[in-house]
Design a protein around this ligand. Sequence first.
Ligand code: ACO
Length: 453
Amino acid sequence: PENVGILGIELVFPSQYVDQTELEEFDGVGAGKYVIGLGQSKMGFCNDREDINSLCLTAVHKLIERYNIKYADVGRLEVGTETIIDKSKSVKSVLMQLFEPHGVTDVEGIDTTNACYGGTAALFNAVSWVESSSWDGRYAIVVAGDIAVYAKGSARPTGGAGAIAMLVGPNAPLVLDRGLRATYMKHAYDFYKPDLTSEYPTVDGKLSIQCYLNALDNCYQLYCKKASQRSLKDKTVDLSSLDFLLFHTPFCKLVQKSVGRLMLNDFLNTPSEEIPHLYPGLDNFRNVKLNECYFDKNVEKAFVTCSKNLFENKTQPSLLIANQIGNMYTPSLYGGLVSLLVNQNIEQLAGSKIGMFSYGSGLAATMFSITVSKDCNDNSALYKLKSNLSYVKKQLEQRKKVSPEKFTSILELREKNCHKVPYEPVGDIGDLFSGTYYLTKVDDMHRRFYSRF
Ligand code: ACO
């Protein structure tokens, strides 16, 4: 099969949010810390009616409805998540409830976990299946979903929640470039969830940023090297080779700094005689060492400034969802793709190349790229993909704002009842978007039951 990639995307996010300016005041931090310092405007969150199963049920069901697919036409379903509510039973097995009424049980795939990277691993698995000898001609669906909540403190404003379902198959409008991926995996304790009774991670915030930037440097250098070797003329591959740059987005400010960081990488690869001409005024950074400047404010400022236009053109259009919902963990990078698709004209998207950086703490990271199909007429798959996302901006506006006090009490309720059985959820369902699955009860054997709103 040719041109294997993403044919359809469905994004699911909570119908309520907390405003980051109000949260700054409530938390007693300096005004602007979350909105300007982190680059976040609103944070989506779930009450006790939603869990990882319900988010993924909603995403898959809505994708199948919107794209009018028969359940029997899906041969593989992969889930990427780090929101673990059962140490054995997969979210995928829960999603089979959607397929069984249609007599469909021949569906491969289970869950994949490593922090925010699971969605990417699931996507790679699905693409590999379609490209393999095991493929039987059916679609694959990839679901990435998480509820990102932090304990009280400096990490709390970097939460979020949501799920994304992607339809994968041949002749896709978003094709994953074959044979061109750069991966960086290492052992690190930057962010992890050792307490299985809690939804909250253990986080070393500063280390997590250092690990993220270190993984970015390594993935980008390797991606450029591999891409240059593949190009027929052995052409140097650098930022000019990519039309859009998308990142896993813990908070938007880190992504702006990451674009600066990539420019620093290009700068350090530039022959010294070309520096005055290509990077005027930056000559004195020539001897900077990548692994010594993660938190060097002078370097950061210089390269964020000189990459400003590049950031605005190639990355900012991808930050809508991250800014409005927060870090959704595994769906974060793919929320970037949704943002780009809804913000950019179809003519600008057609034929473009999108660089994708996926990062999961612990750590696992990959840089890969997507080539967008050239065909963008009204009957094209790209047109269908883009127009099927036209609900996203409207739905973001339809959300309900909840006060920081109420947000905090809802998180306290989740905390208290995380693994309690039997449990009857008390959260409102009246504000859910239509078509949303919600938890009705957990019985004394920890079995969970859902209805659809
Ligand atoms: N107005 C404007 N900006 C402000 C203000 C203010 N009043 N106050 C602070 N700031 C700025 C700071 O200068 C800083 O920006 P800078 O780094 O560009 O200088 C920014 O706001 C954040 O302030 P810090 O004091 O550095 O933040 P803090 O230490 O409280 O926490 C952190 C930030 C580490 C990101 C925390 O939220 C966290 O741990 N988050 C979770 C971990 C995370 O997301 N890691 C990223 C990769 S791993 C992953 O994806 C989970």
